[in-house]
Design a protein around this ligand. Structure first.
Ligand code: ZN
Length: 175
């Protein structure tokens, strides 16, 4: 296990499309383990392989909800969105643009199909934050960042949201 360097916006590798994974080799397994470790260390909810400099169609996602996927991270190999509905507009950040966030509209619900670390195919339904995370990470696999679709300015984020009441601010989202 090892932490990997997270590539930041401006690195050309983040603009490239990734290749499909045909087989989970020991090297890919190690990559997945490192991606999880790197994501957790950076307090992220998702990470895509190109963000650590590897152009393969692999993401990891963990929104930190014990009720989702038994609290286990999602390992997504060759993921595709097969259904989507609704829309949500909210703040989104990216480990490749640390300390920043901006308003992005995504589907409210998505259904994805992917392979796990044993190359077993599975489907998962997601809504809210998890749906947003899936869309965000899948975009990375085609070389896209949220900065391309952000609505309005990208701003600095406060380190901790101290005051729960301030969440009321979210009501000015345009749905
Ligand atoms: Zn990102």
């Amino acid at each position: 296990m090892a932490l990997r360097e997270i590539r930041e916006l401006g690195d050309p590798i983040l603009e490239k499309a990734c290749r499909e994974v045909k087989e989970v080799t020991p090297r890919i397994r190690e990559l997945i383990t490192d991606m999880l470790e790197t994501m957790y260390e950076a307090n992220g909810v998702g990470l895509a392989a190109p963000q650590v400099g590897v152009l393969r169609r692999i993401c990891v996602v963990d929104v930190g909800d014990e009720n989702i996927h038994d609290g286990e991270p999602f390992i997504l190999i060759n993921p595709v969105i097969i259904e989507q509905s609704g829309s949500q507009t909210g703040e989104e950040g990216c480990l490749s643009l640390p300390g920043k966030a901006g308003k992005v509209t995504r589907p409210e619900k998505v259904k994805i199909r992917a392979f796990d670390e044993n190359m077993e195919e599975y489907e998962a339904e997601a809504e809210g934050l998890l749906a947003r995370a899936f869309c965000h990470e899948l975009d990375h696999l085609d070389g896209h960042m949220y900065t391309e679709i952000v609505e309005g300015p990208i701003h600095d984020v406060e380190h901790e949201e101290e005051n729960d009441e301030e969440n009321g601010e979210e009501t000015d989202e345009e749905e």
